[in-house]
Design a protein around this ligand. Structure first.
Ligand code: ADP
Length: 164
């Protein structure tokens, strides 16, 4: 059983995250989307909401599941018996951070493997923070997020005021 952990804040999950998870689901027996508590980042959505939105967005993917973790990623990876960690790479600008993260994790745990995957080109500009900013300003985020997320954003920021 080859398992990959896809960790992130998922505040909220976007179509870019989903695209990467879908691609990984073809390569691994099991993909675990691991929602980080991410307290330091002061997330918009609570951990329970983020977990619920991921769960409702992956219903069509039988070998993708959701979990949460706090503390060191290397400990969680060991605990779940996973072979690798998956991260998304949108542009060169993501590379430096992801490279550093992969290497520091390997410094702490020799067997730590990171797999970087690129989303479909239409999602390379997409981030959870952009989605939140557009929703806050009343823009239409329908093309960017799974349907489940629309309700959660509308509850926070009110209905869409401007269709693009
Ligand atoms: P974190 O707080 O750990 O960066 P995020 O939820 O922002 O959590 O992102 C989790 C992972 O998903 C990161 O590797 C990030 O680069 C990647 N990611 C975010 N948005 C996209 C996207 N649109 N396409 C592909 N990967 C993405």
């Amino acid at each position: 059983m080859r398992t990959v952990i896809y960790p992130g804040s998922f505040d909220p999950i976007t179509n870019g995250h989903l695209d990467v998870a879908q691609r990984a689901a073809k390569l691994f027996d099991r993909v675990i989307m691991a929602v980080a508590l991410s307290e330091g980042k002061q997330p918009l959505l609570s951990l329970d909401e983020r977990l619920d939105l991921v769960r409702r967005s992956i219903g069509h993917l039988p070998n993708v599941e959701v979990d949460h973790f706090e503390g060191l990623l290397i400990s969680y990876v060991e605990e779940r018996g996973a072979q690798a960690v998956l991260r998304g790479l949108r542009a060169v600008s993501d590379f430096e951070f992801e490279f550093q993260l992969a290497l520091i994790n390997r410094k702490m745990s020799e067997d730590f493997e990171t797999i970087l995957m690129m989303p479909k080109d239409t999602y390379t500009f997409l981030s959870s923070s952009m989605v939140k900013e557009i929703a806050r300003l009343g823009g239409d985020v329908t093309p960017f997020v799974p349907t489940a997320v629309l309700g959660a954003l509308a509850a926070r920021f009110g209905p869409i005021r401007r269709k693009h």
